[in-house]
Design a protein around this ligand. Structure first.
Ligand SMILES: Cc1cc2nc3c(=O)[nH]c(=O)nc-3n(C[C@H](O)[C@H](O)[C@H](O)COP(=O)(O)OP(=O)(O)OC[C@H]3O[C@@H](n4cnc5c(N)ncnc54)[C@H](O)[C@@H]3O)c2cc1C
Length: 557
C-alpha cells in the first residue's frame, strides 16, 4: 500500500514538472499609468500642475485590473448593429458590451470629453490631454467619441443659438447613453460625418444634398456617408451640399418632438483594429439638420473640429507608445535568455532606450501642442499661429511612428507579443488608424505646405519656438539651418521630407530645453545627426542608455 502511494506521489510530481511555468513575467496588473516623468513634467510645464493629483489617481485607475479587463472585454465583444426591431420597425441601434459603457462613464466623468471648454482654469485643455495619455492606456476605441465630443464644441460655437442649447450638455461630466431628446438628457456625445464613398480627404466632392425648409436654418439631408464612427452619439456635425455650397450641419439622432431622425445605419465596418468602437455607414433621407456656420463655409467650420481631433491623434499615438513601452519594459525585466535577464543585455537595452526616446518625444510634443491649444483658446495669437502649423506637423509624424514603434515593442515580448492575450496585437492594430483618419499622412503634410503658403505667421511662430533652443546643440542648429533652406525650396512632392524634418527639429528642441542632457543628446545624435540605423535599437555607442532608461522605466530597467 505504501509503495502504491509513493508511486502515485511520484507520478503526480512528474506530471506537474512537465508543466512548471518558469521564466514568464507576472501580469502587469495593477500598474500606474501616470508614472511617466515626461508626462508629469509636461503637465506642469504647460500650465496644468494643478491637475497632477487627479492625473495620478486616473493613472492608477487606468492600470487597475478592473479597467484593463473592461478594455479587453470591450474589444473582444464587439458592438453589434440592430437595424430593425422584431416587428420590422427601423431602430438603427448599436449594442455595446457593458465594459464599453464603464470605460465611457469614467472617460466622460474625468473630463476627457467636452469638459475643458467649460473650465475657466488655464491649462484645462492640457489636463485633458494628460488624462487621455493615461486613461487611453486602457482602450483606444472609446477615445473616438470622447475626442469628437471635445472637438465638436469650437465648430458648434459658430452657431451660437445651437451652442447655447447643446454646449452645456456636451461639456458636462455625465455619461448618458440612452437615445432621447438631446436637450432632455444629462449629457451628450457628438460625432462627425464627412467622408463619403467617392472621397474622404477631398470632402468638396461630397454629394449629400441639403435642402432648405421653410424654417430658417433648418434643412433636410439626403445622401450616404461612408464612415461615421460612434453612431450611437446624440449629435453629428455633417457636411452636405447646400444651395451656396458645402456646409456644416448639426444632425441629432432624436428630434425635439421625441421622434427618431432618419439615420439609417446600413452596416458597421469590419475593421483592422479599433474594435471596441463602432464605425458605420449612415444614410440620410429627409434627415432634419440645422445649419452650423454660414452656408458654403462647411470646411472652414468643421476644420475647427478637425484641429482638435488631430491633437488627439498625436496624443493617442503617444499613449500607444507609452503603453507598449511599459509592457515591453516589464517583460524584459522578468524574462531571461542565454543566462541573463533580457533587460541586462546590451542590445535589448539599446532597443528599449531607442523606444523610450521616441515615446518621450511624442509625449512631450503632445503636451506642448495641448498647451498651445489651451493658450490659443484663451486668446494668445502667437500660440494660435504655432498651433496652426505644429498640430499638422505632429499629426503627420507622431502617428507615422506609431506602427513601427508598436511592432518593435511587441517584438520585445518575442512570441508572447504576437499572441492576443498579451494585449500587444490590439495596440499594434490600433496604431495605423491614427495616421489615416483626421487627414491621412499626405493630407497633413500638404496642410503644412498650405500653412506655409497662406499663413506665413504660422511658420514664423514655429521658427520662434525653435529659436528658443538655438545654440544648445550643434546638430539641432544644423537641422534648423537645413530646415530654413528646405522651407524656401520644397515642392509638393517633397512635403513629407520637409514635415519630417520640422517634426524632428521641434521634438529635439523640446527635449534640449526640457529633458535631461542624455535624452536630448541621444535624440539629436540619431534623429538629427544621422548617427542611427533604420530600425529601432540602433543608438550609437556614445548614447547613455542607462540614463535614458532610468528616466523612462524607473523600476529597475
Ligand atoms: C476606422 C475609421 C473610422 C473613421 N471614422 C470617420 C468618422 O467618424 N467620420 C468621418 O467623416 N470619417 C471617418 N473616417 C474616414 C477617414 O477620415 C478617411 O478614411 C480619411 O480621411 C481618408 O479618406 P479616404 O478614405 O476617402 O481616402 P482618400 O481621400 O481617397 O485618400 C487615399 C490616399 O490618398 C492620399 N491623398 C489624398 N489626397 C492626396 C493628394 N492631394 N496628394 C497626395 N496624396 C493624397 C491620402 O493621404 C490617402 O493616403 C474613418 C476612417 C476609419 C478607417
Amino acid at each position: 500500500m505504501a509503495s502504491i502511494l509513493a508511486h502515485e506521489r511520484s507520478t503526480t510530481h512528474e506530471r506537474s514538472t512537465t508543466h512548471d511555468v518558469t521564466n514568464q513575467p507576472p501580469p502587469l496588473v495593477p500598474y500606474d499609468a501616470s508614472e511617466d516623468t515626461a508626462l508629469i513634467e509636461g503637465l506642469r510645464r504647460e500650465g496644468a500642475g494643478w491637475a497632477e493629483e487627479g492625473i495620478r489617481r486616473l493613472g492608477l485607475r487606468a492600470g487597475s485590473a478592473q479597467a484593463q479587463e473592461w478594455a479587453e472585454l470591450a474589444n473582444r465583444h464587439e458592438p453589434e448593429l440592430r437595424t430593425h426591431d422584431r416587428y420590422g420597425n427601423r431602430v438603427d441601434e448599436v449594442e455595446f458590451h457593458p465594459s464599453w459603457h464603464h470605460l465611457m462613464r469614467v472617460a466622460v466623468g474625468e473630463g476627457l470629453a467636452g469638459a475643458p471648454w467649460a473650465d475657466g482654469r488655464p491649462g484645462a485643455h492640457v489636463a485633458r490631454t494628460a488624462g487621455g495619455l493615461v486613461w487611453g492606456q486602457t482602450d483606444a476605441g472609446h477615445g473616438c467619441p470622447t475626442s469628437m465630443t471635445y472637438a465638436a464644441i469650437p465648430a458648434l460655437r459658430r452657431q451660437p443659438e445651437l451652442a447655447k442649447v447643446y454646449e452645456p450638455l456636451l461639456t458636462g461630466r455625465e455619461y448618458d447613453p440612452e437615445l432621447r431628446v438631446p436637450s432632455e438628457k444629462r449629457g451628450l456625445l457628438a460625432g462627425m460625418g464627412m467622408t463619403e464613398k467617392q472621397g474622404g480627404s477631398d470632402v468638396r466632392t461630397n454629394t449629400t444634398a441639403a435642402t432648405p425648409t421653410a424654417e430658417p436654418g433648418v434643412y433636410t439631408l439626403r445622401g450616404h456617408k461612408w464612415f461615421t464612427s460612434a453612431p450611437m452619439c446624440d449629435l453629428f456635425l455633417v457636411l452636405a451640399q447646400a444651395p451656396d455650397g458645402l456646409s456644416c450641419f448639426l444632425v441629432p439622432r432624436v428630434l425635439p418632438d421625441g421622434s427618431r431622425n432618419t439615420f439609417r445605419i446600413q452596416r458597421l465596418k469590419d475593421k483592422l483594429g479599433n474594435r471596441s468602437n463602432a464605425s458605420s455607414e449612415p444614410e440620410f433621407d429627409g434627415t432634419v439638420a440645422w445649419l452650423v456656420g454660414p452656408e458654403g463655409q462647411g470646411v472652414k467650420t468643421i476644420i475647427e473640429m478637425v484641429n482638435c481631433t488631430r491633437l488627439d491623434c498625436v496624443m493617442m499615438s503617444a499613449t500607444l507608445m507609452r503603453r507598449t513601452l511599459v509592457e515591453a519594459g516589464h517583460h524584459v525585466r522578468h524574462r531571461s535568455a542565454f543566462g541573463a535577464r533580457l533587460v541586462d543585455q546590451p542590445l535589448m537595452r539599446n532597443v528599449l532606450a531607442d523606444l523610450a526616446l521616441e515615446s518621450d518625444a511624442a509625449t512631450t510634443l503632445s503636451l506642448r501642442l495641448a498647451g498651445a491649444a489651451d493658450r490659443a483658446v484663451r486668446g494668445d495669437t502667437d500660440e494660435a499661429a504655432f498651433r496652426r502649423i505644429a498640430t499638422a506637423v505632429g499629426k503627420y509624424w507622431v502617428t507615422k511612428r506609431g506602427p513601427a514603434f508598436t511592432a518593435e515593442a511587441l517584438e520585445c515580448l518575442g512570441g508572447n507579443g504576437y499572441v492576443e492575450e498579451s494585449g500587444m496585437p490590439r495596440h499594434y492594430r490600433e496604431a495605423p488608424l491614427l495616421s489615416i483618419w483626421e487627414g491621412s499622412g499626405n493630407v497633413n503634410a500638404l496642410d503644412v505646405m498650405r500653412a506655409l503658403r497662406r499663413e506665413p505667421g504660422s511658420a514664423q511662430a514655429l521658427f520662434a519656438e525653435l529659436a528658443l533652443a538655438q545654440g544648445a546643440d550643434a546638430r539641432l542648429d544644423a537641422a534648423l539651418t537645413r530646415l530654413k533652406v528646405q522651407v524656401a525650396q520644397t515642392s509638393e512632392a517633397g512635403a513629407r521630407r520637409l514635415v519630417e524634418l520640422m517634426a524632428l527639429t521641434l521634438q529635439a528642441s523640446l527635449l534640449v530645453r526640457h529633458a535631461p542632457p542624455a535624452v536630448a543628446d541621444a535624440f539629436c545624435a540619431t534623429r538629427l545627426g544621422g548617427d542611427w540605423g533604420h530600425a529601432f535599437g540602433t543608438l550609437p555607442d556614445t548614447a547613455d542608455l542607462d540614463t535614458v532608461l532610468a528616466r523612462a522605466l524607473p523600476d529597475g530597467a
